[in-house]
Write a protein that binds this ligand. Structure first.
Ligand code: ADP
Ligand code: MG
Length: 614
């Protein structure tokens, strides 16, 4: 047998190595942005097309490259950032392995234009699948522009592996946010398919956080400062009362690099102990500066996990500094005796809202003024005890609803001709409906009695109404007296934008009123009780779970969510007329026996069933 071992050609080796560095468009974004930061740029622009699948362009005004450097940059292990292995212990740049550009060029079509300030002509290069296709002089602005087109064009398997545009865009935004937050003194912009997602002029850390996450963040931040010989700590934590159910904004940076470190995360959580409403997560933006020799960043080319030599000491410093900061701002119970009140679960459960007035010009038969005090509390997204209608079927209730279901299955359907009869039937007292526990409606049936779950029944009525309006093409929206303004982060806006067409179809009259704001002028009819903010939050959460829905599924989910959120709640007191109206409308539904989320809406006891009990 002859010799069989061969040296792989460079472009093949690069393609294989690329697997480690370039997993998706977001990896390219990270590497290119970091290179621009390393090049000392003051202004960095990211332009992406189709979630980066067709193009990712980064333009900077940094140091630029000479003709030879430009060519060298795409060689594997070609870097200007270290000379010897020891240098990596003093590394302050993002890159140093010299692998990123070679890897990217191996799996895409790349065009580069670059010019150092002191040279008149720049260099243009085109590289496809690691092969140089063109090189010439060009005139270009000082700095570097790299355009990465058709990622994985030569590796269809990898390309097919990419997720939906929404998901890939979310990943790109995550990377962009990390780099932008790490370097507030650099002006960053991001565009997607030609529209601006972020424009973040050079600023302070605080302004940068607000720029990324929205104006409302400003009031939520508490500064953290601490300087010890080992580490300089600065940044912000979110006030506990603004903590969210979704694990949101948690950022550590060491030496201006985004990192993940579970041990430090726990240090922050420890500092928040006793201050957070249950099941919520603190937000934090913490910047650590320390001697690079005391960090091990060299674990993996793209991993963000790092190890500290003195992790115990750093843990303590972070925990005490955060605790101290919370105390200073009168939000730690050790310093403020009023906080107990402030953090009662009732207050803290829901998302905190700026006070605002929501006027419904439409008469509402289920007037909330007569509902239980509980009713007004903002719905929480996960607490089982909450009045949130969508959550009524959490653990204990769903067991119950299984029982309901099996009972319901045993009971005969109400024949249509009987429905009329039920409703026409008058009892001698004149009271046809009895409300029980502000939750159930009991009424006569010619042949027994009917018990209706008011919230579920209403959700069914609303859902069918909405779908019917939609199908009949008459999703008239009802104008609000005062438009409602909701703010979101740019990242959330990017996701919400994709939902606009569906929401408009369903009767929402909405538009973007700023880069991070939605103005709602009108809502679908029948939805007096709907708090749009909760609808949007719910939809965002679904998006963040990376659920990919067809437009039809999406419409259905939105309708279902709207119906659940808008339906009268358990705890609402109803009068005869309201109960009559609800039961009548329920009976007119195509599928009256199930709620919007598929739970039973009513129980029907025949007289013979009743007789059995006696
Ligand atoms: P690394 O960043 O690890 O050095 P890269 O493959 O990312 O490796 O880049 C290789 C080299 O190309 C860098 O060391 C740098 O000298 C040069 N380079 C890359 N991007 C830029 C840029 N935007 N401006 C100037 N030089 C750059
Ligand atoms: Mg690099």
């Amino acid at each position: 047998m002859g010799d069989i071992i061969r040296q792989l050609p460079d472009n093949v080796a690069n393609q294989i190595a690329a697997g480690e560095v370039v997993q998706r468009p977001a990896s390219v974004v990270k590497e290119l942005l970091e290179n621009s930061v390393d090049a000392g740029a003051g202004h960095i622009q990211l332009l992406a097309r189709e979630a980066g699948k067709s193009g990712i362009q980064v333009i900077d005004d940094g140091a630029g490259m000479t003709e030879t450097d430009a060519r060298m940059a795409f060689e594997r292990h070609a870097t200007s950032k270290i000379e010897s292995a020891e240098d990596i212990f003093a590394i302050l740049t993002k890159g140093f392995r010299g692998e990123a550009l070679a890897s990217i060029a191996a799996v895409a079509q790349v065009e580069l234009k670059s010019r150092p300030k002191n040279q008149e002509l720049g260099t243009f290069l085109r590289i496809e699948g690691g092969r140089s296709m063109r090189q010439e002089f060009c005139s270009t602005a000082a700095g570097t522009q790299i355009d990465v087109q058709h990622l994985f064009y030569n590796i269809p398997a990898r390309r097919n592996f990419l997720k939906s545009d929404n998901v890939e865009l979310r990943h790109m935004i995550d990377e962009f946010e990390r780099v932008a937050l790490a370097h507030p003194s650099i002006h960053f912009r991001m565009q997607h398919n030609g529209s601006d997602l972020f424009d973040l002029p050079a600023s302070s850390i605080r302004q940068r956080i607000v720029g990324v996450f929205g104006k409302k963040f400003n009031e939520k931040l508490v500064p953290v400062e601490e300087e010890t010989p080992l580490v300089k700590l600065s940044g912000y934590v979110g006030k506990p009362q603004y903590a969210r159910k979704t694990r949101g904004e948690q950022f550590f940076f060491t030496n201006y690099r985004f990192i993940k470190n579970g041990y430090l995360h726990r240090a922050v959580c420890k500092a928040f102990e006793g201050l957070l409403p249950p099941e919520t997560h603190p937000s934090y933006f913490l910047y650590l500066e320390l001697d690079p020799a005391r960090i091990d960043v060299n674990i993996h080319p793209t991993k963000t996990e790092i190890k500290f030599e003195d992790d115990k000491a750093i843990h303590t410093i972070v925990r005490t500094a955060v605790r101290h900061a919370l105390g200073q701002h009168n939000i730690s119970p050790t310093l403020d005796f009023d906080t107990d009140q402030q953090f009662t679960p009732h207050q803290a459960k829901g998302p905190v809202e700026a006070p605002g007035v929501h006027i419904n010009p439409h008469f509402n038969p289920f007037d909330s003024a007569r509902s239980s005090p509980d009713y007004q509390a903002p719905p929480s997204t996960t607490s089982p005890s909450s009045p949130h209608p969508g959550r009524e079927s959490t653990a204990p209730v769903s067991r119950q609803s299984q029982e309901w279901e099996s009972m319901l299955n045993k009971l005969p359907e109400i024949p249509e001709e009987k429905q009329e009869e039920i409703l026409a039937h008058q009892e001698p007292t004149g009271r046809r409906y009895l409300q029980i526990a502000r939750k159930y409606i009991l009424t006569h049936h010619a042949d027994g009695m009917l018990m209706v779950h008011q919230h579920r029944a209403h959700s069914r009525v609303l859902m069918e109404q909405l779908l019917q309006d939609y199908q009949g093409g008459k999703t008239a929206s009802q104008q609000l007296l005062f438009p409602l303004e909701l703010s979101f982060t740019s990242g959330e806006m990017a996701l919400l934008r994709e939902l606009f067409p569906t929401l408009r179809e369903l009767g929402f009259d909405l538009e973007e009123s700023g880069s991070q704001q939605i103005s709602i002028q009108g809502m679908p009819y029948h939805l007096d009780k709907l708090e749009p903010r909760y609808l949007f939050e719910k939809m965002l959460e679904d998006e963040k779970d990376h659920r990919q829905l067809s437009s039809e599924d999406l419409r259905e989910t939105v309708v279902q969510t709207m119906a659940q959120l808008a339906a009268i709640r358990s705890g609402t007191l109803l009068d005869q007329e309201e109960m009559a109206d609800l039961v009548e409308r329920l009976m007119a539904c195509q599928n009256p026996s199930l709620s919007a989320s598929g739970d039973p809406t009513m129980l029907h006891f025949k007289q013979s069933d009743l007789d059995n009990y006696f």
